[in-house]
Design a protein around this ligand. Structure first.
Ligand SMILES: *[C@@H]1O[C@H](CO)[C@@H](O)[C@H](O)[C@H]1NC(C)=O
Ligand SMILES: *[C@@H]1O[C@H](CO)[C@@H](O)[C@H](O)[C@H]1NC(C)=O
Ligand SMILES: *[C@@H]1O[C@H](CO)[C@@H](O)[C@H](O)[C@H]1NC(C)=O
Ligand SMILES: *[C@@H]1O[C@H](CO)[C@@H](O)[C@H](O)[C@H]1NC(C)=O
Ligand SMILES: *[C@@H]1O[C@H](CO)[C@@H](O)[C@H](O)[C@H]1NC(C)=O
Ligand SMILES: *[C@@H]1O[C@H](CO)[C@@H](O)[C@H](O)[C@H]1NC(C)=O
Length: 670
């Protein structure tokens, strides 16, 4: 395939940049921002003099050996403040030389700008006429990532998440000289994930923590599923990669004499192999480069804008309407819900009571009054609400906004008139009104809603607490999933670093989640499978009755399936309806509750299976199930500390698998 002209020009640009940087010894920044809106200084003004003095004292200071400089110069309106910070593992010499490069390049890139910030691999430099010390500034942010995808995105993300969370508290608890942590964890496919987190040490522990929490949550919008990524903010930064990039001896022996050369940077925009090849080919025609320079400057500027602005912060900021549009006045909501009166109560979920309300324009809403401390600052909370409010799908309950006043946090949702699925499906009388056609429509709708959450939305949401009472039904009995995104609105497992906290509902939780606290899209698939079996049978998974024996619905379904009597599972009130469709749903349900997550289908393939009868389904393997845990069967939402013994109570009992005995000639034997 022929290279597009713009590709050729960008390759040439790479060369030109390289040549320029080789001759001037100032590699370009990873990224920089000139703050156009923060004011300009005039040529030869005292601001400029102060700035130059300040930056040269900063980069020539030999007293400081911990890599952080917060200096200022001048008085009143001509006062300049600057912060320079080197990566925690960088030696003082390398640090000074990086800051020296930054000072020259930044003033060159942002001529006459009072405020600017630039990042290299090894250091960050920023200056401003504002006071920038001891304050947490999470914006502007740059994102960088490489194109390589992780082999197993869920496992990778889980491992990464665990790693950065532990490094976060380590970095935040650093002293006033250094707030830095680097470490590694093993990821899927025998890969090791390396990560580094750092704050400017003038921040308090809390400020540093807040900044890193934001950086961590940005991973999902910039580099989820990528094998390397970086997020840089004025007050903190985060980087991860599957190859080592930091000097791990730095922490242990700060004054070790041998100079460890900075590890080669493999994960920036340009791939070093490509650049080397390009040099070999193009160096003889350097003359052309001169012609190309001007085009390059133009294109690079455009490209950076594309890479970083449109796919990164820029987009988030552009898309998000001003908070005010989603923010409701507390008094408006109080009036709409009759002062949160008992008669307006719709229910009580794990996160607090839910009230019905009617706004002054007549619109009906459901208001969730959060009772738990979400562990999140106001700003984060608002940001998350904005993101979750963007998830719009006909099978999701729409989040309309929030209210944040007087320590009260309210979430305002669209009102869905027909109560939740559990109200119908587990009631011996009402159940009879749900014919098969309706139940099938509900199953399909939930599946499509989940595909949207898992794959089609930008955020990749794992519900974590899917159950019949979280499925609301509208006038036409279309299902709408509620309570999604709560994991984003509540910072799970943030208050205590060593507490892994599981929030879910017994009977719906996948075994790997219960036992190891691991969750993934496949744990939602498990919960979906339980729901399907409940919808078909009209019985609860926990507290399922078979004659006078209480057992587990999944266990019963599996045994019946193996014995060829799965039709016993079908709700006796379902006397009409396609038997083949019903059996197919039981089959899909069993595929979803399989013990091994790799065996469970994705929600997208579930939708395919539901839609196409010609699609042959695999034979399910043994599910995970917990039999007759009477003591636990009516616990609704629960948590545990990883140190306690509770999970062991939930050991699954197994039934020997004889899946090969299942007759495949006749798909659904009686
Ligand atoms: C910084 O400069 C801008 C633009 O000149 C000015 O509006 C602002 O008041 C200055 N800030 C401080 C703290 O002097
Ligand atoms: C400062 O100068 C830059 C270009 O050098 C310009 O884009 C920006 O609008 C100016 N800012 C102000 C506040 O005048
Ligand atoms: C700034 O000072 C330099 C050297 O003193 C001089 O060459 C230049 O013309 C001055 N620029 C302006 C805009 O006054
Ligand atoms: C700073 O960089 C300039 C230009 O690259 C160089 O001449 C100077 O020696 C450097 N200073 C220090 C202290 O490294
Ligand atoms: C990574 O995945 C995206 C889509 O998910 C794809 O466009 C891209 O080409 C993949 N990158 C590599 C290196 O395979
Ligand atoms: C510079 O940072 C240190 C912490 O590293 C802090 O103690 C000091 O107050 C800061 N200086 C200024 C001027 O804010």
């Amino acid at each position: 395939m022929a290279m597009a002209p713009s590709r050729v020009i960008s390759l040439l640009c790479l060369l030109v940049t390289l040549l320029i940087s080789h001759t001037t010894a100032q590699p370009s920044f990873l990224y920089h921002f000139c703050m156009n809106d923060k004011g300009n200084y005039t040529e030869n003004s005292s601001y400029q003099t102060n700035l130059n003095t300040l930056l040269s004292t900063l980069s020539t200071n030999t007293q400081i050996d911990f890599g952080f400089y917060n200096f200022s110069e001048g008085q009143n309106s001509d006062k300049v403040n600057a912060i320079g910070m080197c990566r925690g593992d960088i030696k003082p010499d390398a640090c000074r030389s990086c800051l020296n490069d930054s000072r020259l390049l930044l003033t060159q890139r942002c001529p006459n700008q009072k405020e600017a910030i630039g990042w290299y691999d090894n250091c960050m430099l920023r200056y401003s006429n504002r006071s920038i010390f001891n304050t947490m500034e999470p914006d502007p942010t740059y994102f960088l990532w490489d194109q390589n995808n992780a082999t197993d995105v869920d496992q990778f993300n889980d491992a990464l998440r665990g790693l950065v969370d532990s490094l976060r508290s380590k970095a935040a608890s650093g002293d006033s000289l250094k707030k830095y942590a680097a470490g590694s964890a093993s990821g899927p496919s025998f890969q090791t994930i390396f990560a580094l987190l750092q704050c400017t040490p003038d921040l308090s522990e809390q400020q540093c923590n807040d900044c890193l929490v934001r950086a961590i949550s940005d991973i999902s919008s910039c580099c989820s599923g990528k094998t390397s990524g970086r997020i840089g903010k004025p007050s903190c930064n985060l980087r991860f990669d599957t190859s080592p990039f930091y000097d791990s001896s730095a922490d242990a022996s700060p004054s070790s004499p041998p100079q460890v050369p900075p590890p080669p940077d493999t994960s920036t925009k340009g791939n070093s192999n490509t650049t080397r090849i390009v040099i070999a080919v193009v160096v003889p025609i350097v003359g052309i480069a001169v012609l190309v320079i001007s085009a390059c400057i133009f294109l690079r500027a455009r490209k950076q804008r594309k890479n970083v602005d449109t796919e990164g912060v820029g987009e988030v900021e552009d898309e998000i309407e001003p908070t005010e549009t989603l923010q409701f006045n507390f008094d408006t909501i109080r009036m709409a819900t009759n002062n949160f009166s008992e008669t307006n109560t719709l229910g009580r979920g794990g996160f607090g009571p839910v009230y019905k309300g009617k706004l002054s324009n007549g619109q009906e809403v459901a208001v969730k009054r959060l009772s738990m401390n979400s562990g999140q600052g106001d700003v984060e909370f608002k940001n998350e609400v904005q993101l979750v409010a963007k998830l719009q799908h006909r099978n999701l309950v729409r989040l309309l906004g929030f209210s944040l006043e007087r320590k009260e946090r309210l979430l305002v949702y669209e009102f869905v008139p027909n109560k939740s699925l559990d109200y119908f499906i587990f009631d011996p009388i009402k159940r009879a009104h749900l014919n098969w056609e309706t139940r099938y429509k509900i199953i399909g709708g939930i599946a499509r809603g989940l595909v949207y959450l898992h794959e089609d939305s930008r955020l990749r949401i794992i519900h974590r607490d899917l159950k019949a009472s979280n499925i609301l039904l509208d006038k036409e009995m279309n299902p709408k999933i509620s309570d999604f995104g709560m994991a984003r609105l509540f910072v799970m497992d943030q208050t205590q670093a060593n507490t892994s906290r599981i929030v879910g509902t017994y009977g719906y939780m996948a075994p790997e989640y219960v036992m190891q606290g691991q969750f993934s899209v496949k744990s939602d698939v498990f919960s979906f499978g339980v729901l399907v079996l409940e919808i078909v049978s009209g019985q609860k998974n926990s507290g399922f009755r078979n004659g006078d024996r209480i057992e587990d619905l999944i266990g019963y379904a599996w045994k019946s399936w193996r014995e060829g009597t799965a039709s016993n599972l079908i709700d006796p009130t379902l006397n009409a309806g396609s038997r083949n469709e019903i059996m197919r749903c039981i089959h899909i349900g069993l595929l979803c509750v399989q013990d091994h997550l790799a065996d469970r289908p994705t929600m997208a393939s579930v939708v395919l299976m539901l839609n196409s009868y010609s699609h042959t389904l695999p034979v399910p393997t043994e599910p995970a199930f917990f039999m007759n845990n009477r003591g636990l069967s009516d616990i609704q939402s629960w948590e545990y500390n990883s140190g306690t013994t509770e999970p062991s109570k939930l050991k699954s009992k197994s039934v020997k698998s004889h899946s090969s005995e299942v007759s495949t000639d006749e798909p659904y034997p009686r």
